[in-house]
Write a protein that binds this ligand. Structure first.
Ligand SMILES: *Cc1c(COP(=O)(O)O)cnc(C)c1O
Length: 410
């Protein structure tokens, strides 16, 4: 029999969302007439906007003609999309990025999960706690950790608690780490790092020869103009940071699939003998070996997100979700809950009432209001006692959920 990769056995059984699905399924079976409102999983609910659909359709039509047919495209993405990303996402904000530093892909989940492959197994990884589970689990699978302890910490990982006491913005660690995952605007806490906070990370990375893996999947939800949308807005970040971006949340591409990763040619790693190697060339090698490009119509659709109509239309939808976020934030606050996030991110993070455990509150919320959220402890031990609601839903459902929550007592 083939030997398995036993690192997979270290993963905690029952990933968060299947467990939520199991509990909701059991509740619905026992209460077939209840109308359950799901504010749990971070998936968009509004359809693709007309400008994007039009370009998507035109892309499909082109594929049906002899002259317009496209087979394999460049693995890194078509030039028309790379140009737009470079100009509109970066140059427009005073950031210099070159086309061959951008890698278009089918998702930031894959990219932020796969990036660890180009790094040695002996690197020390630092993660926020709570965290987007992909960063942790992919490092566990690769064998970069030991076993998990009773509290839920994997041996070898440097956990950086992100809690109310530090406003969910952990400072760089005292000791040395090699790889740092940062996510801003943050999933799950809904908080955003300032330029000064990111600058301290860049400074730390420079001092420690560390690499920052910066997930900006939610940058499109930032409305405060003083907040950075890219880590490259911080001076020196081009020497130490890789950035992940996605069309999933800001342009509604969760089911369409398009994202990109920026690996500046100035970010270096080193060999065991101390020779410097460009991470851009390693990622290019990985990407072209294991990936064959995003489909032509999908890249056409993604490009349309940058047209004036595309911008305006996707902007309207982001505004719609952020109005949901405001309603949830203010509605929960009015019931006396301690609420965070939801101002420049589509997630609202709050302390459970009466210091209830996250899963206890999940069950009570489901029983009393038929509203489904996400237990904070599912994102890491320091998420215990917190809870996440997402702003991705119809206005009607958000208002109904709030009205039920307001009437409930805990
Ligand atoms: C949704 C999300 C992404 C985007 O994932 P895709 O694979 O591009 O859909 C990336 N990072 C975080 C933290 C997310 O929540």
């Amino acid at each position: 029999m083939a030997r398995i990769n036993e690192n997979y056995l270290k993963l905690k059984a029952g990933y968060l969302f299947p467990e939520i699905g199991r509990r909701v399924g059991a509740f619905q079976k026992a209460n077939p007439d209840a109308t359950v409102i799901k504010l749990g999983i971070g998936d968009v609910t509004e359809p693709l906007v007309p400008a994007i659909i039009e370009a998507f359709r035109a892309g499909v039509e082109e594929m049906s003609t002899k002259q317009g047919f496209h087979g394999y495209g460049p693995e890194q993405g078509y030039g028309f999309l790379l140009d737009l990303i470079r100009e509109k996402d970066y140059e427009a904000r005073g950031v210099k990025v070159e086309n061959d530093e951008i890698f278009v892909s089918d998702g930031s989940k894959c990219d932020s999960g796969n990036i660890q492959e180009i790094f040695g197994l002996d690197n020390v990884v630092a993660l926020a706690d709570p965290v987007y589970p992909v960063y942790l689990d992919t490092n566990v699978m690769a064998g970069r950790t030991g076993e998990v302890d009773a509290a839920g910490h994997y041996a070898g990982i440097v956990y950086m608690p992100a809690v109310a006491e530090n406003a969910f913005n952990p400072e760089p660690p005292e000791g040395h780490v090699d790889l740092i995952y940062l996510c801003s605007p943050n999933n799950p806490t809904g908080t955003v790092s300032t330029k000064e906070q990111l600058a301290r990370w860049v400074e730390y990375a420079k001092k420690n020869d560390a690499v920052i893996l910066f997930d900006a999947a939610y940058e499109g939800f930032i409305s405060d103009p003083s907040l950075p949308r890219s880590i490259y807005e911080v001076e020196g970040a081009r020497d130490v940071a890789i950035e992940f971006r996605s069309f999933s949340k800001s342009a509604g591409f969760t089911g369409t699939r398009c994202a990109f990763t920026v690996v500046p040619k100035t970010v270096m790693g080193k060999t065991a003998s101390g020779d410097e190697v460009s991470l851009n060339s390693l990622w290019n090698r990985r990407h072209t070996t294991k990936f064959n490009g995003v489909s032509f119509p999908v890249q056409k659709a993604a490009a349309a997100a940058y047209s004036p109509e595309g911008r305006r239309q996707t902007g309207e939808i982001v505004k719609f979700y952020m109005e949901n976020a405001r309603l949830i934030r203010e509605g929960l606050s009015a019931t006396g809950l301690e609420v965070f996030g939801g101002e420049n991110a589509p997630y609202i993070w709050f302390r459970t009432p009466a210091r209830m455990g996250s899963w206890d509150f999940f069950d009570q919320l489901l029983q009393k209001t038929q509203v489904v959220g996400t237990p904070g402890s599912g994102f890491g031990p320091s998420g215990e006692g917190y809870f996440r609601l997402s702003a991705f839903n119809s206005r009607e459902n958000v208002e109904e959920a709030l009205s039920r929550i307001t009437k409930a007592s805990w």
